[in-house]
Design a protein around this ligand. Structure first.
Ligand code: BES
Ligand code: MN
Ligand code: ZN
Length: 500
């Protein structure tokens, strides 16, 4: 269900809404107009409350004021904004907090006061509200099913907008909410249970999404995957009764002229048991999210359809289910690949890099200016960077810098890891061109080195999202469960590539 968003320049406390969220810059409690209005309506007790709680507007401080009917809103959440100059990322976070507060309060309407003088505040606020108020409820029934959801949000601008500025602000809100909703697609797909979401249903979802948004979409079923020669994708999927799928989505910008072409690739393991090298039972249910990279690519394509960047964008998904079975692939097996190289299998739980290898070989043939893959690839990356930071690798320094800046601009935590050449020897095989993994040291790096074998000279970024793709609790703009971490960075990268 989508939230109806509107812009207004009315007094935020005079909007009919269940809750209001107001950001307070540090040290402005005494001179805040909003607070003066609240104090006027409720009396000096508010001032006392804020003193008692030592609320001064420090970053991330909050105070909740209950209005008991004295104002049109029933509750006001004051959020400290700190003293540093605000950027759009701060507004997104404030709005996400507001969305989360609305959920907690079971509010159906909310008013959010936007801080003054922040470029991009409208779009960021809309994005943040949608992201913060997200909740996955598809399989809840009866009392567990929430009766209210946030249906209406009013964004109050610090200054009155008219004419062109008003039109631009409204468009920014629409764009922000479209991007926010696109990211929620990635979250839904990650949260969907693996008995319902498997390669065939994932591909159907992607095809339907493309159709509804004017994007091209080709789906390869198992026979087409075999015919194409994607032998590694077939191998990973052969132990499951649910056949693999390969998905190719395309966005072409309107107008003529040479446009950059960018290929995004996502790992789409709709469930990863580990296969014959089966994983321990504890926590295995989380492996329903092993298609987080694929979910991001599908969400990105949806966002691209709304943002319409001046770049040609291809989204590729290699979807399979990794199961132990009489027909499953095994350690010691040797397979060819779409690229032609042969690969010796060591551990069937290192399956992601195999499906990605074929997808990258397919992507390379599209002759892109940039290719980016993202995957819940290695536990080693989570050990290295913790659960909230993605690791990225690049085969060009200038591209690494661009990607780092895109991540920074979008407020997503990404840290570059090195393609350590010394570790390449670990991929040598006696029985095939290469093994798909080395020993345990530098596991995220050796996975990246394996992938690099399939990209040729194409400028390439590999993002290991194993940590942040799912969250054990809500934080930042992310919800518990699927997060869609990465999508905003990829959008920012496209924006940058479109401009230069
Ligand atoms: N999907 C997992 C990686 C993963 C682990 C993602 C934890 C999210 C959270 C991947 O397929 C895997 O099993 N990787 C192995 C590789 C190893 C066998 C070389 C790993 O990281 O242990
Ligand atoms: Mn695995
Ligand atoms: Zn996996």
């Amino acid at each position: 269900m989508s939230i109806k968003l509107s812009l207004s320049s009315a007094d935020p406390l005079n909007v009919a809404a269940d809750v209001a969220v107001i950001g307070i810059p540090e040290g402005t409690v005494a001179k805040s107009e909003a607070l003066a209005a609240i104090t006027q309506a409720l009396g000096a007790s508010v001032k006392k409350q804020l003193e008692r709680e030592e609320f001064t507007g420090k970053k991330d401080q909050t105070a909740e004021v209950v209005t008991n009917g004295a104002l049109r809103v029933t509750r006001v959440l004051l959020v400290g904004l700190g003293s540093a100059a605000l950027r759009d990322v701060d507004v997104r976070l404030l709005a996400a907090r507001a969305g989360r507060y609305a959920l907690a309060q079971k509010a159906s309407s909310l008013v959010l006061a936007l801080p003054a003088d922040v470029a991009g505040a409208e779009r960021a606020a809309a994005e943040g509200l949608v992201l913060g108020s997200y909740r996955y409820t598809r399989h809840l029934t009866g009392d567990r099913l929430p009766k209210v959801s946030l249906g209406q949000a009013t964004l109050v601008t610090a200054t009155k907008l008219a004419g062109k500025a008003a039109k631009a602000a409204n468009e920014a809100v629409a764009l922000g909410s479209a991007v926010g909703e696109a990211i929620c697609i990635a979250r839904d797909l990650v949260n969907d249970p693996p008995n319902e979401l498997y390669p065939e249903t994932l591909a159907r979802f992607a095809a339907d999404m493309c159709k509804a948004n004017g994007l091209e979409c080709k789906v390869f079923d198992k026979a087409a995957i075999v015919k194409k020669g994607m032998k590694l994708l077939v191998a990973v999927g052969q132990g499951s009764v649910r056949d693999p799928r390969f998905i190719h989505m395309t966005y072409k910008p309107a107008g003529r002229g040479a446009k950059k072409r960018v290929v995004f690739v996502g790992k789409g393991l709709t469930f990863d048991t580990g296969g014959i090298c089966i994983k321990p039972a504890a926590g295995m249910e989380e492996m329903k999210g092993d298609m987080g990279g694929a979910a991001n690519v599908i969400a990105l394509m949806r966002a691209v359809a709304a943002v319409k960047p001046d770049v040609e964008v291809h989204g590729l998904v290699a979807a399979a289910e990794n199961m132990p079975d009489g027909n499953a692939y095994r350690p010691g097996d040797v397979f060819g690949s779409l690229d032609g190289k042969t690969v010796e299998i060591i551990n069937t739980d290192a399956e992601g890099r195999l499906v990605l290898a074929d997808a990258l070989a397919y992507g390379r043939a599209l002759k892109p200016d940039v290719m980016l893959d993202n995957a819940t690839l290695t536990g080693a990356c989570v050990v290295a960077l913790g659960p909230t930071v993605s690791g990225f690798f690049a085969n060009r320094d200038d591209l690494a810098d661009r990607f780092r800046n895109a991540a920074k601009a979008s407020g997503e935590a990404m840290w570059q890891l090195p393609l350590v050449e010394d570790l390449r020897d670990g991929l040598k095989s006696d029985w095939a061109d290469m093994k798909h993994m080395a020993d345990r040291w530098g596991g995220a790096i050796t996975a990246a080195l394996f992938l690099r074998e399939f990209v040729g000279d194409v400028p390439w970024v590999h993002v290991d999202i194993a940590g942040p793709s799912m969250a054990s609790k809500a934080y930042d703009v992310y919800a518990k469960g699927g997060t869609g971490h990465g999508v905003r960075t990829y959008l920012a990268l496209l924006d940058d590539l479109a401009r230069s």
